[in-house]
Design a protein around this ligand. Structure first.
Ligand SMILES: *[C@@H]1O[C@H](CO)[C@@H](O)[C@H](O)[C@H]1NC(C)=O
Ligand SMILES: *[C@@H]1O[C@H](CO)[C@@H](O)[C@H](O)[C@H]1NC(C)=O
Ligand SMILES: *[C@@H]1O[C@H](CO)[C@@H](O)[C@H](O)[C@H]1NC(C)=O
Ligand SMILES: *[C@@H]1O[C@H](CO)[C@@H](O)[C@H](O)[C@H]1NC(C)=O
Length: 319
């Protein structure tokens, strides 16, 4: 059934829950961990913004590269194309510096600092949620979702950096510090984070792909590092947009090359752009298949602004 078509693709009166949620202003986005495949997520955002389905006011959550997407391209108000450019520069610098071994955390923080606006805390509170793994010396490490209220821009930077912190890779230490506790990459314990549900019609959409994974031609999820993917097996139906998902675009690289981008190798500028374009195409195809594209177009014709926060918020973001 999963392989046959996208949910909601069938003709008929059935309204996809994502459309219902969008109509009531409760369509949220969740972004999994991604490594440098986060360029895919930036493409997804670009499409959803272009189609009027999401805005910088849409509530988003993410782990790791997904967290950078949610606070940068989401609540932080940075245009996805600008983030693509900036993060491509970071990627190029890392490619020239031993893949940023032991310096990735510093590079991520510097990029967040220079890219996020001064009022990031106000913009991102209750909008941009990031998952971190809390290192607990007395028990099992636990996922923690930050973002209900950020104190200041440094707090947003620290939260997103902790969400992206790969033990012994980002720096020569097992964790970093955020709000006086020790934490590391949220993808290890919260591979598919969503904002906390708000009301009863919330649909935490889409743009998730499972930690470090993609779909093969039979529609099964494969992972280059199964030990980091806690959800092996057929995908749950709530994963909406994912690389290689049946019905969406074919991967622009051989599977082994694609997988390497999520773990060990950093894409060059050409590859980053291709990954971005694939995410953009996939989001557009998904939006068409579930009826969101048509709903958003009809909403725009009616002069209605369905994105959470409305036109006023969108204007404030541009100001
Ligand atoms: C930001 O808030 C944190 C508390 O989360 C505080 O420790 C820190 O001093 C503040 N930084 C600035 C620059 O105000
Ligand atoms: C959802 O909430 C609305 C408004 O609060 C209420 O009218 C409706 O009955 C609720 N629906 C369900 C299924 O709980
Ligand atoms: C894909 O999943 C189906 C059903 O779960 C299974 O029968 C099939 O062998 C799997 N194929 C591959 C290549 O893993
Ligand atoms: C960029 O990376 C891709 C994929 O790894 C590779 O095929 C291509 O040759 C590279 N291009 C340049 C200009 O290095």
């Amino acid at each position: 059934m999963w392989n046959a078509s996208l949910p909601g693709a069938a003709a008929g009166p059935v309204v996809h829950p994502a459309v219902q949620a969008w109509r009531s202003g409760t369509l949220d986005l969740g972004f999994s961990g991604s490594g440098f495949l986060l360029f895919y997520f930036l493409g997804v955002l670009q499409s959803l913004f272009d189609l009027g389905i999401a805005s910088h006011s849409t509530r988003m959550a993410g782990s790791s590269g997904g967290a950078l997407t949610a606070v940068g391209g989401g609540c932080g108000g940075v245009a996805p194309a600008v983030l693509l450019r900036d993060l491509t520069a970071t990627a190029e610098a890392c490619r020239a510096a031993e893949q940023c071994y032991h310096t990735l955390d510093a590079a991520v923080r510097a990029r967040l600092d220079s890219t996020l606006p001064a009022d990031a805390a106000a913009r991102c509170s209750s909008r941009g949620f990031v998952a971190v793994t809390r290192a607990d010396p007395t028990g099992p490490d636990e996922p923690l979702l930050l973002g209900e209220r950020y104190h200041n821009k440094s707090d947003v930077v620290a939260a997103a950096a902790a969400s992206s912190f790969l033990p012994y890779w980002s720096a020569p230490s097992p964790f970093t510090t955020v709000r006086a506790f020790e934490a590391y990459d949220g993808g290890f314990t919260a591979p598919l984070p969503c904002p906390p549900p708000e009301g009863n019609s919330t649909y935490c959409a889409i743009a998730q792909f499972r930690a470090l994974s993609r779909y093969n031609t039979e529609g099964n999820v494969t992972s280059p590092a199964p030990e980091l993917d806690p959800l092996p097996g057929p995908p749950p139906p709530e994963v909406d947009i994912a690389p290689g998902k049946p019905g969406l675009s074919p991967l622009p690289f051989p599977p082994a090359t694609w997988d390497s981008f999520s773990l060990t190798s950093i894409p060059n500028a050409t590859a980053a752009r291709l990954i971005f374009d694939t995410g953009a195409a996939d989001a557009a195809q998904w939006a068409r298949a579930v009826g969101l594209e048509a709903a958003a177009a009809a909403g725009a014709r009616g002069g209605r602004r369905r994105a959470r926060g409305g036109a006023g918020a969108a204007q404030r973001q541009r100001a």
